[in-house]
Ligand binder design. Structure first.
Ligand SMILES: [Zn+2]
Length: 339
């Protein structure tokens, strides 16, 4: 039975949601990850010290041992002082959503130049700028590509601002980060690493694999896989795990609930490619180094042992529902029936 012990990973992009969903997502995340960059597109959004502190309190109440890395949503009418206060209160990153790009983003930013003053303060304060890099005004499969010049211009205008191009989905996006300036990095999800658009529309429609940015073609997936297998330090793991109830999914909500299985699928991916030794850097080192936070000391052991993913957690159909998973982690509640 194959086994690997790695430094406990971090998830550099997750949607933990609120209420009942939060009670499900936090334990699923903390079973594998010591820390996670918690996205702020809640209702209402995390856009002030008080909303951020309240959200952190709710997360800590569920699992005091888990460390949420708090972010805020950049809004056009935000005061520069609020950014400074958010930093003082422990925020690590601000998220830029182009208006209308994804879930709860109608109040997003139409043109980043409208918030140039806020970006300047973020640069001064050493905050990370996290970007959903899609231009919602163009054809769906070209949205990421269309936003690349904007991201590069932000990097040029704010050379000391560290920028994360989130959930890369296209060969062009990967290339832009790879060849781009040192203050630019990118996160990669498990679903963009493993799937293509055919996993949504290639057979019967599978709404549970529908996410934003939309999954793309085989060449895009190959570019994502290649850069991960090169062990390039500008690319690190961010799940973008984003649960919706089955009802909402069937009404068209974008997002895959991957948290219960991301690390196990990553182990499987690297193992299949004969590069299991690269798993730790991708999940537990490169992201922390870019964010400038200490590496986790705790370890986690993954064992090659198969089990079957449940078809549902509560009212949420998870990623890889009812499928065989080849790896497991000791002492975790998600798949304990198989241990
Ligand atoms: Zn996201």
């Amino acid at each position: 039975m194959k086994k690997i012990e790695i430094r406990k990973p971090d998830d550099f992009h997750i949607h933990l949601r609120q209420g009942d969903l939060l009670r499900m997502t936090v334990p699923h995340c903390s079973a594998y990850y010591a820390r996670a960059i918690v996205m702020p597109n809640t209702i209402p959004p995390v856009d002030s010290v008080s909303t951020m502190e309240e959200y952190r309190r709710q997360i800590n109440k569920i699992d005091p041992g888990f460390e949420p890395l708090m972010t805020f949503k950049l809004l056009k009418n935000m005061a520069e002082d609020e950014i400074r206060s958010l930093k003082k209160a422990g925020a690590i990153a601000g998220k830029l959503y182009p208006a209308g790009a994804t879930t709860n983003s109608a109040d997003g930013i139409t043109d980043w130049r409208d918030i140039a003053g806020l970006l300047k303060v973020m640069e001064e304060e050493g905050l990370i700028l996290s970007i959903h890099g899609e231009d919602p005004s163009v054809f769906s499969l070209d949205r990421e590509k269309a936003y690349i010049p904007e991201i590069l211009e932000i990097c040029r205008n704010f050379p000391d601002l560290r920028v994360v191009f989130e959930h890369l989905s296209s060969a062009e996006g990967v290339e832009a980060v790879k060849e781009g300036p040192d203050n630019l990095a990118g996160t990669i999800t498990v679903h963009h690493l493993l799937l293509t658009l055919d996993d949504v529309i290639g057979g019967a429609l599978n709404p549970h694999n529908f996410c934003k940015p939309v999954l793309k073609g085989p060449e895009d997936r190959k570019a994502i896989q290649d850069v991960v297998l090169e062990g390039n330090g500008k690319f690190f793991f961010g799940s973008d795990s984003a649960p919706h109830s089955s009802d909402k999914k069937l009404q068209g909500a974008a997002g895959a609930y991957t948290a219960p299985v991301t690390l196990l699928l990553l182990a499987d991916f690297f193992d299949e490619k004969g590069k299991l030794d690269l798993l730790e850097n991708f999940t537990s080192r490169f992201g922390a180094e870019f964010y400038g936070i200490p590496l986790n000391r705790e370890k986690i052991t993954l064992t090659e042992k198969s089990w079957t993913m449940p078809d549902k957690y509560g009212d949420v159909v998870p990623f890889f529902a009812s499928k065989k998973i080849n790896w497991t982690v000791k002492n975790q509640s998600i798949n304990q029936e198989s241990l």
